[in-house]
Design a protein around this ligand. Structure first.
Ligand code: HEM
Length: 444
């Protein structure tokens, strides 16, 4: 590294020679996405796991620098553990802000530390234990509906949208999916708009003169979401004011409202903080677990041997349980690339081989903590990790106990990056009720 040159210049650091590449790259994304059509056809025909070049073709192809991809796991560890607090979350584009507000996922510094404590209290230990019955209840409702189905073909992404929405509504906000349905619909629409526009650039100020249809829609949705959250907050406050509840409660909404009404002004949070946190958790609490459940059942539907192994477990018992960088550079850790890296996982990386994990994640990753990052790493590890894994284990266990399932012939394999990885045409499976009546009687 030449010491006197501007470290950001291309002479100083040949790796940064394409620092102005950003515009080209961002424009290139839609083109790259179109170019993958042929690959998609191959993917659909073979139900291949090689989804990385199709779902994130830009990351697969790019070698650009203003957005620096860090996939060397030693560096990933350094960035995510962030011991010297060098790396901060970037500012998210406007539509993502509308979706998540300045909530725990995006906020920084002192505010992040305070909000993290509140969320930690709501999603760990005793609070988490109290949520288990609501998780079980929601899955029971799903299974009851499946029992009465005439045709046994179900579309999992939709089915799991209902239960994951119900679970987060009940456990974090004390309301129900029916009550929050409007909210989830609007969040879904805003997610679609956000992912459609995430790489589109608009000149500053143009938005004030002329708005695109997506901009008009996202502003409308932001306002409507705000109104629904305000109503949920108002209802909880009313319950306390009328004596129906002794205090604001111990769920996430309760913790937030306690902090909003904290007698100590220095500890108080604002109504906008409450609002943003509610949006973050409505979104993060549902979207994520929905994807994990859908794709897990997809994998078990095409790997019947593993479905049987998994069923064996749950019918016995359910266990719960050297670069100089410009200061404003955005680091991107391409999880999908790391999870598909042959150097880490071997040449059979694209094969579905859960047995890789039979002796634990540490063994599977050769003690490389940054090789497997489904929930992130370091201080910003997913705060909902236990919540999500409990919910997913409960739902999958209860389904395996009652049904065997196969992939419907009409299934079209088109995973797409819409913040999380969505099945573009859903995941249709055919349910086959299990015959052991005594087991079913015990379970119901
Ligand atoms: C299988 C389901 C889930 C997966 C795979 C997942 C994944 C992740 C990952 C990778 C991060 C780290 C992001 C980063 O480093 O920038 C994260 C953060 C976060 N997750 Fe999750 N998540 C899941 C479920 C949930 C649930 C159920 C909730 C809420 C109940 C939740 C709330 C959050 C929040 C608020 C953060 C930001 C934490 C912070 O910055 O302090 N997640 N999640």
């Amino acid at each position: 590294m030449p010491s006197e040159a501007d470290p950001c210049s291309s002479e100083a650091n040949p790796c940064l020679s394409e620092v102005n590449y950003r515009l080209c790259c961002t424009k290139e994304i839609p083109k790259l996405k179109k170019d993958v059509t042929m690959k998609m056809i191959k993917l659909i025909m073979n139900v291949s796991h090689e989804i990385f070049p199709i779902v994130e073709p830009h990351i697969h192809k790019w070698n650009e620098i203003s957005l620096l991809l860090i996939s060397d796991t030693e560096l990933v560890k350094e960035v995510l553990n962030n011991r010297d607090k060098t790396y901060v979350k970037p500012d998210f584009p406007g539509d993502i802000k509308k979706l998540l507000g300045d909530g725990l996922f995006s906020t920084k510094g002192e505010k992040w530390a305070r909000q993290r404590r509140l969320a930690h209290l709501a999603f760990h230990g005793e609070s988490l234990k109290c949520m288990i019955p609501a998780m079980v209840d929601s899955v029971h409702m799903l299974l009851k509906r499946w029992q009465n189905l005439e045709a046994r073909v179900v579309e999992l992404f939709e089915e799991f949208t209902a239960i994951t929405s119900d679970v987060i509504s009940r456990t974090a906000f004390g309301s129900s999916y029916i009550e929050g349905r409007n909210m989830f619909q609007m969040l879904g629409e805003l997610t679609t708009i956000a992912s459609r526009n995430i790489f589109k650039l608009r000149l500053p100020g143009v938005r004030n003169i002329w708005k695109t249809i997506d901009e008009i829609d996202s502003e409308r949705l932001e306002k409507a979401i705000r109104d629904v959250v305000l109503e949920i907050i108002r209802k909880r406050e009313e319950k306390v004011n009328t004596g129906e509840m002794n205090d604001y409660g111990n769920d996430l909404l309760g913790s937030l409202l306690k902090a909003y009404h904290d007698p100590d002004e220095s500890k108080r949070i604002t109504i906008d903080d409450v609002m943003d946190e509610c949006k973050t958790f409505y979104f993060a609490g549902q979207e994520t677990t929905n994807s994990v459940l859908t794709w897990t059942l997809f994998l078990l539907a095409i790997h019947k041997d593993w479905q049987q192994e998994a069923r064996k477990e749950v019918t016995d018992q359910v266990t719960l349980g050297n670069l100089v960088l410009p200061a404003d550079i955005v680091l991107d850790i391409p999880t999908l690339a790391i999870h598909h890296d042959r150097r880490i996982w071997g040449n059979d990386v694209h094969l579905f081989k859960p047995e890789r994990f039979s002796e634990g994640i540490a063994k599977a990753t050769n003690n490389n903590a940054a090789a497997f990052l489904p929930f992130g790493l370091g201080p910003r590890t997913c705060v909902g990790i236990n919540f999500a894994t409990n919910e997913a284990k409960i739902a999958i266990a209860m389904i395996l106990q009652r049904y065997s399932f196969t992939l419907s012939p009409g299934y079209i394999h088109l995973p797409a990056h819409i913040l999380t990885i969505h099945p573009q045409h859903g995941v249709k499976v055919i349910l086959h009720p299990l015959q052991c009546e005594h087991v079913r009687a015990q379970l119901d």
